[in-house]
Every structure is written in structure tokens, then in C-alpha cells.
Design a protein around this ligand. Structure first.
Ligand code: CDM
Ligand code: ATP
Length: 282
């Protein structure tokens, strides 16, 4: 039996440069793993089937699940005649903009690489992951990274910033395809300063990091769900140094430079939402 942690991610920046002929959007994003994880266990089976179980009832357990898809991809690409049972202990909120499914897919690539002794590098796994979804390659590595292309081209950043993050996942979910579908690239008013964010992370300067937070999908999702903008404002009112929507939403996060401050924001927001998480940069 092999176990893997699947970490959630937040977008510190998310910029869209243009819409591509293949329908995807060319992006430039700074991604950050946070200390909120699903746990996956991989157990050999007597037959060659892929089976799944999960503690959350509404997560699909068939080929729609990215963990299933990752296992099927490895099996067919490397002609593996073994089966596996994947047990997912889900802690990351679903359809939240935190790459929960993508991270489970990435953890499955890493876990089965070990269980089946495939000898693949993280680079090989990230390349395979790009076939599963735009966020999967980043999730294979984790940490802090710049993502380009449709999100699958990863440049890792060697930075370590001990910032605290309070996440609020509203009770509804958002479809990433709908948000990108409603985006009008020509109408984007301000683009995040990606290079400025990278510089700020390298300097380890919390004020500068917070001043460079930006996500061009915010205005699209905020237009669909106006309460999200109020949620972002309450983060600041309760003491966050800065706040942003992650990915296509609807999760909004606030940043604090000390645990005690993050704890105060967490306590204040728990009155408003059932799903509030106190976490930190990894
Ligand atoms: C919003 C983010 O989470 C930011 O990290 C990602 O860009 C989305 O990553 P993801 O969920 O892995 O996305 P995918 O499963 O590859 O794509 C879902 C849908 O989002 C849209 N999509 C996604 C990525 C991208 N660069 N441009 C797009 O237009 C496409 O309509 C696509 O069909
Ligand atoms: N392992 C998985 N965990 C959760 N959802 C999954 C998984 N595999 C597939 N899904 C499907 O994917 C949909 C999106 O869920 P997910 O949690 O991956 O969204 P997300 O955090 O917004 O992802 P991203 O940030 O990559 O766009 C769910 O509605 C679910 O049906």
C-alpha cells in the first residue's frame, strides 16, 4: 500500500493574455500550494480493475474522477496489467477553485509511479498530467510556480514565504468552463503584474506580495455572484492584509503575516460561512 497527500492550490495571480484557436485561454499565473490536503491510499487489487472510494458522497467514483483518469492513463500508456483501489479522504472543498480534483489526479500519478515501480520523474508525470487537465502539472510538483500556456507549462520558484491564508468556500460551486466562457479578454481593465509578484516572493516581502495579488477572472465570477465581492471586502475589514478569489472561484482567501491575525479573521468569518479554513503557504 502507498499513500500520497494531494495539496490544494491558490492563485496569487491569474492573468489571461488571449483566447487561443483551440478554445483555451493563454494564461500567466503564480500558483501556491497551501496546507489543506486530501489523502489518497493506493492498494493493489487481485484483478486489473480501477476502483475508488471517497468519504464525500457527491464526488464521482467512475471515469469522471481525475484520480481514476490518472490511473487509467498510466495503465494504458505503460501497459500495466494490474488493478488498484484508490481511497480518497477528501478535505479540499469540491468545485471551489482550489484544484481539488486536479491534485487528486496528480497524487495518483505520483502514488502509482511508486506502487507500480515505473521509475518516472516528476517532469514525466507533469507531462502526462497535462493530458488530464490544465492544473494537474502544477499539482504534480506543488510549492510555488509560474504557470503558462493553458496552465500546464510550469516554472518552479524556489521561495519560501511563511504567510497564513484564510479560505472561505461559499455554499455554491462555479464551473471553470462557464467563467472562462463569460470572459471578454479585450475588456480586461487591469492585468496583474506577474513579474512584480515573482520579485516580491523572491524578496519574501509580505506587503509587496499582497500588493501584487490579482485575478482577471474575479470580475467575471463577481458579476455572476455579487455576494463574493462583499466576502472579499469582509476579509479586509476583519484584518486581512489582502484578499483575492482563487482560480475561477468561488473560494475567496485572505492573507495574514501572523497566525494570531489569521485566527482572528478565521473566527470572524466562521459566523458567515460553514466552510472556512485556516491554512498557510507550503
Ligand atoms: C482556473 C484555473 O483553476 C486556474 O488555476 C485553471 O485555469 C483551470 O484549470 P482546470 O480546472 O484544470 O481546467 P481544464 O479542466 O483544463 O479546463 C476546463 C475548462 O476551462 C476552460 N479553460 C481552462 C484553462 C484555460 N487556460 N483556458 C480555458 O478556457 C476551458 O473551457 C476548459 O474546457
Ligand atoms: N477527485 C476529485 N475530487 C473532486 N471532484 C472531482 C474529482 N474528480 C473529478 N471531479 C469533478 O470535478 C468537478 C470540479 O471539482 P474540483 O474540486 O476539481 O474543482 P476546482 O477546485 O474548481 O478545480 P480547478 O481549480 O482545477 O478548476 C467536480 O464537480 C467533480 O464532479
Amino acid at each position: 500500500m502507498v499513500g500520497e497527500k494531494a495539496k490544494a492550490k491558490i492563485n496569487l495571480t491569474l492573468d489571461v493574455l488571449y483566447k487561443r484557436p483551440d478554445g483555451y485561454h493563454e494564461v500567466e499565473m503564480v500558483m501556491q500550494s497551501v496546507d489543506l490536503s486530501d489523502h489518497l491510499l493506493f492498494d493493489e487489487r487481485g484483478d486489473d480493475q480501477i476502483t475508488l472510494s471517497c468519504n464525500v458522497p457527491y464526488v464521482p467514483l467512475d471515469e469522471r474522477n481525475l484520480a481514476y483518469q490518472a490511473a487509467a492513463l498510466l495503465k494504458s500508456r505503460y501497459q500495466i496489467r494490474k488493478g488498484v483501489h484508490i481511497k480518497i479522504d477528501k478535505q479540499i472543498p469540491v468545485a471551489a477553485g482550489l484544484a481539488g480534483g486536479s491534485s487528486d489526479g496528480a497524487a495518483t500519478l505520483r502514488g502509482l509511479n511508486r506502487l507500480w515501480n515505473l521509475g518516472l520523474s516528476l517532469h514525466d508525470l507533469a507531462k502526462l498530467g497535462a493530458e488530464l487537465g490544465s492544473d494537474v502539472p502544477f499539482c504534480v510538483y506543488g510549492g510555488t510556480a509560474i504557470a503558462k500556456g493553458r496552465g500546464e507549462q510550469i516554472e518552479r520558484l524556489a521561495v519560501a514565504c511563511p504567510l497564513w491564508v484564510v479560505l472561505v468556500k461559499p455554499s455554491f460551486s462555479v464551473s471553470t468552463a462557464d467563467v472562462y466562457g463569460n470572459l471578454r479578454v479585450q475588456e480586461i481593465k487591469t492585468h496583474p503584474d506577474t513579474k512584480g509578484m515573482i520579485r516580491s516572493l523572491a524578496e519574501g516581502n509580505p506587503e509587496a506580495i499582497v500588493s501584487h495579488l490579482g485575478n482577471v477572472l474575479e470580475s467575471v465570477t463577481f458579476q455572476m455572484y455579487p455576494d463574493l465581492e462583499k466576502l472579499k471586502q469582509s476579509m479586509i475589514r476583519f484584518g486581512a492584509m489582502g484578499a483575492l478569489m482563487s482560480g475561477s472561484g468561488p473560494t475567496v482567501y485572505g492573507i495574514a503575516d501572523r497566525e494570531s491575525k489569521a485566527q482572528r479573521i478565521y473566527n470572524a468569518l466562521r459566523g458567515f460561512s460553514r466552510e472556512v479554513y485556516l491554512t498557510r503557504f507550503l
